[in-house]
Each structure stands twice: as structure tokens, then as C-alpha cells.
Design a protein around this ligand. Structure first.
Ligand code: IFM
Length: 449
């Protein structure tokens, strides 16, 4: 059919979620307490006072959720493992019931013809490890590698795609510098040390996963990346944009793909830079098979001497559409980012591991959710991905964030990202219009024009 932007054969259309955001069952079957259990149980931390105690109750409804994915026709499912289900105290004894849960989930997915893509760390650190300093403590990087080994031992015969971390930038900055996320620490120097330990733990886990895997095993990491544009063409604004890019994108990309921190940012951070031990950078830059890219928006910034550490501030773009998160809808940024990653870092394979949007949704009297803005958002982004592939970017798959509405961290349940609506009172799932549209895209392996 001519009126379809067709994707390459075998392109992996998927959906993504994360353990704390959907599972619930926060204290069942031997699970330990995570920093998000502690954080959400602390008054004043979550906008609507909610917790992930029940969330989407996926821990009990996983069969129904696999059936939903099957109905949508998705080829792959990206989910994360709760470290506290596997090793409740972070290190030490393994909890067999936790492993059993993911074992059943993986088998269920494979039976439904859906490829499992596992993220090992999507922010829910065992509280027992926070009690020894969390990611600021170098030992935690080694505990993470041990945990990776336990999971890979059990699931590695069936799971071939592994992601070590989800968005280490968010873990370090939002959790340890701004304190908006668990563990709620506000210390910039600590945040940079945390970022280094996260990267180190990534490299250590890559080695474990590769050693335990076979020829088919592919290992990667997921970064949240955004192109940064200057608000004006002034030299000051351009320098500010370059700094923001250094702090947000290059601080993670360069160590992983080049083996060093970006020199301009190392200098800019001055006394705040992390302690790096001999050999760390070669561990961090161990070859990986793919990069997972989470793309939602771009940043537009202006130089501002009062603008904190980076001396800049973000600006609102007149005339642009914004989502419920306050993020500008900017599909061209996805194309720009993909082409740049391919050009600057020569990454073997790329997946979009998250892309999607929060908009206000309502169930209308016909019992449906007509989320036209989300549908348009997805279509425009899919088309930019298509263009990037045509221009030579090795993009292999695309995971929509998210399969279903879920616990949006410090925003609680106030933001809905799903292509499936969740009624939290009844746990009823309703496929939104965007979900039905995605079903057609997958069936056609292309976007209707
Ligand atoms: O919900 C989050 C997800 O956990 C990580 N990436 C961004 C999403 C939307 O904010």
C-alpha cells in the first residue's frame, strides 16, 4: 500500500512499563522494602498523597495484561524487575517467590509470542542499601552486579534483551540533587558521585550479563535524552545550550561510548566532580549491543547568571503544544536526536525504549477514551523515527510509554500516559483510541499517511 510509511521487516513494536509503577503487592511474597515504598509512604512527597502499594495490581493481573498486549498485537514488552522481590535486602539471601513471579511472566509473554525486554533497575533501590548510603556508596555498584547475575541465571535461557539501568540522569539528579524523587536527597556533589556509581554498576553488570548469556544475548542501557536548543542565536545562549547538553546527554553518553567524561563539563563542575578510580572508565565503556533512548521532548534554554549550577534557564516556546507534564510536543527532536547519536557515537543498534505523552483522559458515555492528542503525538513521532531509519539510523524497535496508565512517581496517579486506561477503583482496563490505532500500526508494520 502506497499510503503507509512502512517500517523494516521485523521492526519490534512494543510497550513499556516499570515494576514500581504497575505491580503493587508492595509487601507480598517476601518482597523487601524499596526506597520508593519509603518515599511514597512519607507524607508530602507524592502530589496526590498516593503510593504504589496497589498501583495497577499487575502482580495479580499479569495474565490479563499479557492478554491485552496480545490483543494489541505488540511484538515486545519492556518491563523492569523489582530488585527487592529478588534480593529483599539488596544483598544476601535470594527470595525464590520473587524469581518465580518473573519466571511465570516471561513464560506467559513467550507463549503469547511477545519478546521480553528486561530493565534491571528502574529506580526502586532496596531500602536496606539506601541505609548504607544508596548509590553514593560504591559497594552498591557491586551488589547490583550480583543481583544482575541472580536474575540472568534464572531467566537468561529465555530473555535475550537486557537493559541495566533506566535513565541514570533522573536517578542521580532528581533523586539525589533536587530531592523530588526517592531517596529525596539534595546534594549536587553526591548526585555526581551517584551518577558515576550508576555508570560503574552498568559496566559491571554488562560483563555479568554477557558472561552468563549466549550468542543471542544483547545488553544495553536506557538513557533519557533530549536535543537542547538555544532560545536565541546569541553566543551566550548557544554556550548555555551546549552546557545543558553536556550535563544531560554527554555526561552519560561519553563515558559509555567514548570512555571519558566530557572535558568541558568536567571543568565546569570543578570541585563537584566525582571520584573516579583507575580502571573505572574502561569498565563503564565496555561494548554494549544497543542503546535504549527515552525521548519525550526537547529543551530550549537561555543563559542566566542566576540560573544555578549551569547558569541557564528553560524557556516556554510560544505557540507550541505542551503535554500535561508541561513538556513541549516536539517530534522533530526525535529525528534530530537519532541522527546525532548515529553520527557521533556509532551505536550498533538503537531502540526507542520510551516515547509517549500524558494528556487529560476521560471515559466518555460510550465507555471509550478518545485520546486524539496522544494518537497524534505518537503518529508524528513514529514518522520521525521512520525518517531516521530511511537516513541510515539502525533503529530496531519502538516501545510506547506506556502500556497502561500508572503511578507517575512524584505526580502519583494524576498523569496518564497509557494507551490503555486504568480505572484505579475497579482496576478495569479500557483500550484507548490511541491503543486501537497502535494496533493497526503494528498489524500494518507502518503508519497510515
Ligand atoms: O514514567 C516515567 C518512566 O518511569 C521513566 N521515563 C519517563 C516516564 C514519564 O515521566
Amino acid at each position: 500500500m502506497a499510503n503507509v510509511a512502512r517500517f523494516p521487516e521485523g521492526f519490534l513494536w512494543g510497550v513499556a512499563t516499570a515494576a514500581y509503577q504497575i505491580e503493587g503487592a508492595w509487601n507480598e511474597d517476601g518482597k523487601g522494602v524499596s526506597i520508593w515504598d519509603t518515599f511514597s509512604h512519607t507524607q508530602g512527597k507524592i502530589a496526590d498523597g498516593s503510593t504504589g502499594d496497589i498501583a495497577c495490581d499487575h502482580y495479580h493481573r499479569w495474565r490479563e495484561d499479557i492478554a491485552l498486549m496480545k490483543e494489541l498485537g505488540v511484538k515486545a514488552y519492556r518491563f523492569s524487575i523489582a530488585w527487592t522481590r529478588i534480593i529483599p535486602q539488596g544483598s544476601g539471601p535470594v527470595n525464590p517467590k520473587g524469581l518465580d513471579f518473573y519466571d511465570r511472566l516471561v513464560d506467559g509473554l513467550l507463549e503469547a509470542g511477545i519478546k521480553p525486554f528486561i530493565t534491571l533497575y528502574h529506580w526502586d533501590l532496596p531500602q536496606a542499601l539506601q541505609d548504607i548510603g544508596g548509590w553514593a556508596n560504591r559497594d552498591v555498584a557491586y551488589y547490583f552486579a550480583d543481583y544482575a547475575a541472580v536474575v540472568a541465571h534464572r531467566l537468561g535461557d529465555r530473555v535475550k534483551h537486557w537493559m541495566t539501568h533506566n535513565e541514570p540522569w533522573v536517578v542521580a539528579w532528581v533523586g539525589y540533587a533536587w530531592g523530588h524523587h526517592a531517596p529525596g536527597i539534595k546534594n549536587t556533589k553526591v548526585a555526581l558521585q551517584v551518577a558515576h556509581h550508576l555508570l560503574l554498576s552498568h559496566g559491571l553488570a554488562v560483563e555479568v550479563l554477557k558472561d552468563l548469556g549466549d550468542a543471542e544475548t544483547k545488553v544495553g542501557i536506557v538513557l533519557n535524552l533530549s536535543p537542547v536548543h538555544p532560545a536565541t542565536e546569541s553566543d551566550e545562549d548557544k554556550a548555555a545550550a551546549h552546557r545543558n547538553d553536556g550535563y544531560h546527554n554527554r555526561w552519560f553518553l561519553d563515558p559509555i561510548f567514548v570512555g571519558s567524561y566530557p572535558a568541558d563539563m568536567w571543568e565546569w563542575f570543578g570541585q563537584l566532580v566525582p571520584e573516579v578510580k583507575p580502571g573505572d572508565m574502561s569498565i563503564i565503556s565496555r561494548r554494549i549491543d544497543f542503546l535504549g533512548v527515552n525521548y519525550y521532548t526537547r529543551s530550549v534554554v537561555k543563559h542566566d547568571p542566576q540560573g544555578g549550577l549551569l547558569q541557564l534557564r528553560g524557556v516556554h516556546v510560544e505557540g507550541s503544544e505542551y503535554t500535561e507534564m508541561g513538556w513541549e510536543v516536539y517530534p522533530d527532536g526525535l529525528y534530530e536526536l537519532l541522527v546525532r547519536l548515529h553520527r557521533d557515537y556509532k551505536i550498533p543498534e538503537i531502540y526507542i525504549t520510551e516515547n509517549g505523552a500524558a494528556f487529560k483522559d476521560e471515559v466518555t458515555p460510550d465507555g471509550k477514551v478518545h485520546d486524539e492528542r496522544r494518537l497524534n503525538y505518537l503518529r508524528e513521532h513514529f514518522l520521525r523515527a521512520h525518517k531516521a531509519i530511511q537516513d541510515g539510523v539502525p533503529l530496531k524497535g519502538y516501545f510506547v510509554w506506556s502500556l497502561m496508565d500508572n503511578f507517575e512517581w512524584a505526580h502519583g496517579y494524576t498523569k496518564r500516559f497509557g494507551i490503555v486506561y486504568v480505572d484505579y477503583e475497579t482496576q478495569k482496563r479500557i483500550i484507548k483510541d490511541s491503543g486501537y490505532w497502535y494496533q493497526k500500526v503494528i498489524a500494518e508494520n507502518g503508519v497510515p499517511l
